[in-house]
Design a protein around this ligand. Structure first.
Ligand code: BJW
Length: 234
């Protein structure tokens, strides 16, 4: 019988690629309060501030320096070589999993290289800066573009597909996520309840560490290739 693996990734997997995490001491939110940049209310109150925050992150992603690290590359290898299904659910809005070669990736918190029109709801890939004058490439409306990301209080994307996969997986792994944010922090409980082996790979135990059966502490660039090697040999 073929086996199925669901992997949840968070900001920690991209840390060694030079992308700051959110809640670590040098994290993205060191200079911003989350409620100022990661809620629909914040965007309504000060769209320019929120656009600047995401424009800076988008420029960094495309600056030619940021690249997938050994953790992303090992997960792409797993998808390629594993005799079964591998689904990658990422909370990250960067495209480093895709650049590493993963193809089954669900971005549950959206994507930095896309923007959404508040007028026609179309999602368009926009690689340049976005501001209050940017026109929707689909309907032409001006000033309605917002980052295609999921903020606090909004419903994450692909929920049905993700819960279906969690309920039938044999292995669930969470990599580089602090377990602060739901529903992602609750995925381990769903997978475990469904009978999956659960493993956390992180620098330090996450907020939901006690829900996991196995913990591997260390930088993802080292721990993920090791874990993937073991899985492929098992
Ligand atoms: C390394 C490493 C290395 C470092 N190697 N590791 C009370 C109780 C429960 C829930 C709620 C509540 N009140 C409100 C809620 C709901 C709310 C929530 O969870 N709030 C909490 C603050 C309590 N959630 C929501 O609102 C969500 N929506 C929702 O619940 O809708 C209802 C619904 C759900 C399901 C079905 C139907 C209805 C939406 C949440 C949206 C989160 N959005 C953000 C911003 C996205 C855009 C952007 O990127 O700007 O997503 S917030 C931010 O946090 C971002 C991240 O994806 C997310 C998680 O962060 P992550 O990835 O874990 O990063 P860090 O920095 O926290 O951790 C990094 C980890 O890596 C650390 O542990 C490091 O140690 C480790 N690390 N270097 C390995 N080299």
């Amino acid at each position: 019988m073929s086996r199925s693996i669901v992997i949840l990734t968070g900001a920690g997997i991209s840390a060694e690629s030079g992308i700051a995490t959110f809640r670590d001491s040098d994290g993205l939110w060191e200079n911003h309060r989350p409620e100022d940049v990661a809620t629909p209310e914040a965007f309504e109150a000060d769209p320019d501030l929120v656009h600047r925050f995401y424009n800076a992150r988008r420029r960094q992603l495309l600056d030619g320096v940021v690249a997938p690290n050994a953790g992303h590359i090992a997960l792409a290898r797993l998808e390629n070589e594993f005799d079964g299904e591998v689904l990658l659910v990422t909370q990250n809005i960067d495209d480093l999993h895709e650049r590493a070669g993963s193809t089954r990736v669900l971005h549950m918190h959206g994507e930095l290289l896309s923007s959404r029109c508040s007028v026609c709801e179309a999602v368009s890939e926009l690689r340049g800066d976005v501001d209050g004058t940017t026109r929707c490439p689909v309907c032409g409306a001006e000033g309605g573009m917002r980052p295609h990301v999921v903020w606090f209080g909004e419903i994450p994307l692909y929920m049905q597909e993700i819960f279906t996969a969690l309920e039938r997986c044999d292995v669930f792994a969470a990599i580089g996520t602090s377990g602060n944010v739901y529903p992602a922090a609750g995925f381990v409980a769903v997978a475990r309840e469904a009978g999956a082996h659960t493993v956390e790979l992180n620098l330090e135990p996450s907020w939901v560490n006690t829900d996991f059966e196995e913990t591997r502490l260390g930088p993802a660039g080292t721990s993920v290739p090791q874990w993937v090697d073991e899985l492929l040999k098992s």
